[in-house]
Design a protein around this ligand. Structure first.
Ligand SMILES: [Fe+2]
Length: 135
């Protein structure tokens, strides 16, 4: 279970609101293992997360492009890597369900990664974006 802590606040209202939604959907997925839900239900919860990851990254990239963010290409590359990791996780689920590997990858490559990404990479963009607005 993750919470959007102060160190994860980017300072751009649209991004912070989307990160909250993303955290909610991540929590929905991480809590699945403990619940006796059907494979279909689990699949649906995973798809809801996946759809939102793509939407959120897209919106963030639009703001970066619009503001002429110098690290746009690199940041977008990070998002692409993450989407690849998420697809791997989904394949693991399709093959083996909620396996030990699924849980490990979910915690490290998906949850751990996004928390670090928000704290460092997105917060850095937030600073740039706010200064570009006030310039
Ligand atoms: Fe990002």
């Amino acid at each position: 279970m993750i919470t959007l802590t102060d160190s994860m606040k980017v300072g751009v209202p649209k991004i912070d609101a989307q990160h909250q939604e993303l955290v909610d959907r991540l929590n929905a997925v991480t809590s699945m293992g403990a619940k006796a839900v059907s494979k279909e239900e689990t699949q649906k919860t995973l798809n809801m997360l996946g759809d939102y990851i793509v939407k959120h990254f897209g919106d963030e990239e639009v703001l970066q492009k619009q503001s002429g963010y110098p690290k746009y290409e690199w940041h977008r590359g990070q998002h692409q890597i993450y989407i690849g990791e998420f697809q791997k996780l989904k394949r693991e689920f399709d093959t083996n369900g909620i396996s030990a590997k699924f849980t490990l990858d979910l915690n490290n490559s998906i949850v751990g990664w996004i928390v670090r990404h928000i704290k460092n990479v997105d917060v850095e963009f937030g600073k740039y974006y706010r200064s570009s607005r006030s310039a």
